[in-house]
Design a protein around this ligand. Structure first.
Ligand code: MTE
Ligand code: MO
Length: 422
């Protein structure tokens, strides 16, 4: 695992932050470790390394770019071996990412029957049921229609299920990594439905995938019409095979499962179809034996990614605490950070443009005094909903649910600087 120690090289900071840092540095016992580097006379000329003395690798090596060979640890990982070949999930390395977007090669994967190899020229999407004129769309038909691009997170409803019964000890990639955020490009669902003309009696939409699982979910039309997209591109290029190539449904803010990949069929119906994925699976069992069904929106949630479990603070003094907040109900309004296990809170900075239903990176300044600390973050969304503590969540829902865990996450720092999920 990487360490979060600050290097002596320091990025230039915006004025506001520089002031904040100066105040912090002045007030704290241990000033910034690299303060001495400001003395010009102490700086020796830099050595000229081998890579500065000769030309580098030629163009097109490789023709489709890949990350630096020094970044080989930044990969998707699985928490456990899949039950069947092709099923299972891989998780996004949140502690090694920056900003809002997840690079395509690191978007988490959840497959119920593997990744189908679909020829886009042969693929078809049918829209039928309660419509004036059923239609079959080829990929060319879809790409010719008016398009839009939007940044939305995608979170599996099983994300962070490891923490229902208490701290799991796992690192953030394996607790919160069923989470990604992409700019999605495609056609509005409403544009497609205008093409076929829907009957007013249609209240729900059944979406079906072309994979071996033929995943099917029923969706309430009035709640998805405004935002749902039928997309063929993510982060500027065609969908990756594992994320639904050549076409998938994006239902912003809804649990990952409803975002049907490899989309082949949309059927307009009066009532939900009660498929396997909304009866036996993807329901949430309460302590009294009743189950919550059709829990679609992902509740507001946040997590600190740096520092987090598996990291080690090498020096006292300044450390930025950074992470992500998101809500299935709209924009993030604010994020609070605590370093004393939730006794006191202060506001974090939101460090990117705040998009509707997107990952919103946050950051807070922290001077580590070398003592034990408990780092936590708490998101509030634009509806005023505040991310609950684990205790409050368990009091309301019990521990029978597998899905929709959004409790406040604690990372414990001990005197050695070791960070743990405890
Ligand atoms: N056709 C189909 N769609 C699917 C799935 C699947 O297995 N088959 N998995 C679902 C689940 S459970 C999730 S969390 C998301 C994962 O999307 P991703 O793999 O692009 O991250 O896709 C959903 N759509
Ligand atoms: Mo999922």
């Amino acid at each position: 695992m990487q360490e979060t120690t600050r290097k002596t090289r320091r990025p230039s900071l915006p004025e506001g932050r520089r002031d904040a840092m100066r105040k912090l540095a002045a007030g704290a016992a241990g000033a910034l470790a690299s303060g001495a580097a400001f003395r010009a006379d102490a700086i020796a000329p830099l050595a000229v390394p081998a890579w500065t003395r000769e030309p580098g690798a030629p163009l097109l090596s490789p023709a489709y770019g890949v990350p630096s060979s020094f970044e080989g640890d930044v990969i998707r990982r699985t928490a456990r071996a899949p039950a069947m070949p092709g099923s299972g999930s891989s998780m996004t390395p949140l502690a090694d990412l920056f900003g809002t977007l997840t690079p395509n090669g690191l978007v988490y994967e959840r497959h119920h029957a593997g990744v189908p190899k679909i020829d886009p020229d042969q693929h078809r999407l049918v829209i039928h049921g309660l419509v004036r004129e059923p239609r079959i769309f080829s990929m060319d038909d879809l790409v010719r229609l008016p398009s839009e691009s939007h940044v939305y997170f995608l979170e599996c409803s099983g994300n962070t299920r490891t923490e229902w019964k208490g701290p799991s000890g796992l690192p953030v990639q394996l607790t919160h990594g069923l989470l990604s955020c992409c700019e999605w490009t495609g056609v509005r669902l409403s544009t497609l439905l205008d093409e076929v003309g829907i009957d007013p009696s249609a209240q729900w939409l059944l979406a079906e995938g072309a994979d071996g699982a033929a995943m099917t979910r029923s969706l309430p039309l009035d709640r998805i019409m405004e935002r749902a997209l039928v997309v063929y591109a993510q982060n500027g290029e065609r969908l990756r095979a594992e994320n639904g190539y050549p076409v998938r449904l994006i239902v912003p803010g809804f649990e990952g499962n409803t975002n049907i990949k490899w989309l082949r069929r949309l059927k307009l119906v009066r009532e939900p179809e009660m498929t396997r994925e909304e009866t036996s699976k993807y329901t949430n069992l309460l302590p009294d034996g009743r189950a919550r069904q059709f829990v679609f929106e992902m509740d507001a949630k946040s997590v600190i990614a740096r520092p987090s479990a598996g990291h080690r603070l090498k020096e006292r003094g300044y450390h930025a605490i950074s992470g992500y907040a998101w809500s299935g109900r709209g924009r993030i309004r604010s994020v609070d950070v605590s370093t004393d296990g939730g006794k006191s809170w202060r506001a974090a900075r939101l460090t990117s443009a705040v998009h509707d239903r997107a990952l919103t990176p946050f950051e807070a300044d922290w001077q580590w005094d070398g003592g034990p600390a408990n780092l936590q973050s708490r998101a509030t969304d634009e509806t005023g909903y505040v991310q609950p503590t684990r205790e409050a969540l368990v009091a309301a829902r019990g521990v029978n649910s597998e899905y929709h865990y959004n409790g406040i996450q604690n990372w414990r720092v001990d005197e050695s600087g070791e960070v743990r999920n405890a």
